[in-house]
Design a protein around this ligand. Structure first.
Ligand code: SF4
Ligand code: SF4
Length: 208
């Protein structure tokens, strides 16, 4: 019958309207910004750069490899690699981004930069209150604005951040085990060489 769909829709609306006076879950609007609905784990907006420890620059995981810059579809990432190196989370000297900008007026939140990063160095933020009065520069986020602590990452994406921590800890443990095995192998080779080298002849008293 024509109009059945409309009647069904009106019935749902009426049920929720009356029901909302008795059951809070039926109230589907909230008094934002005083009241906020918690965002789901996989909500994403724009990227940020997680860092380990207390120092945003020393703890930055990014090694300025520029893969994300190349792969970003609208080309809104701009990176300049440093001239010097700093230790990464495994203590290995690595380059770091002297400049890392993202133009969030262009970013389309596709998350490709996150997918292609081999170092867990860029992740998606949930911050959406980013409106500005200025049209251009204010939406160009600099490295300092993009750097956010690993604790912050855990607060916004607890499940994902725990998995990333585990990956990094496993990689660090594997690198440490490899280093130890290489040192042991080198020590064995050195010991074998020392054993194979003939001892110098001793000088007897009659020869002197
Ligand atoms: S989310 Fe997509 S558009 Fe935005 S910076 Fe990353 S790759 Fe570029
Ligand atoms: S965020 Fe990742 S992919 Fe992008 S430059 Fe840094 S390390 Fe490379």
């Amino acid at each position: 019958m024509i109009g059945t769909g409309i009647l069904k829709g009106m019935a749902v609306t009426a049920r929720n309207f009356v029901g909302s006076y008795f059951v809070k879950e039926r109230l589907i609007t909230v008094q934002y910004p005083e009241e906020r609905i918690p965002l789901p784990e996989n909500y994403r907006n724009f990227p940020f750069l997680p860092y380990d420890g207390d120092d945003p620059q020393a703890g930055l995981r990014c090694v300025a490899c520029k893969i994300c810059e190349k792969e970003c579809p609208p080309q809104c990432i701009y990176i300049i690699k440093s001239d010097d190196k700093k230790p990464d989370y495994m203590g290995k000297p690595q380059f770091y981004p002297a400049v890392f900008d993202i133009d969030i007026s262009v970013c389309m939140s596709c998350q490709i930069c996150v997918e292609v990063c081999p170092f867990e160095a860029i992740k998606m933020d949930k911050d959406f209150e980013l409106s500005k009065r200025e049209r251009f520069d204010a939406l160009l986020l600099r490295k300092e604005q993009l750097s956010k602590s690993n604790d912050y990452y855990h607060r916004i994406h607890p499940v994902e951040a725990a998995a990333v921590d585990k990956n990094l800890a496993d990689a660090a443990a594997a690198a440490e085990a490899k280093k130890k095995a290489a040192a042991e192998a080198a020590a064995k080779v050195a010991a074998a060489k020392a054993a194979a080298t003939p001892a110098p002849p001793t000088t007897s008293a009659s020869e002197t």
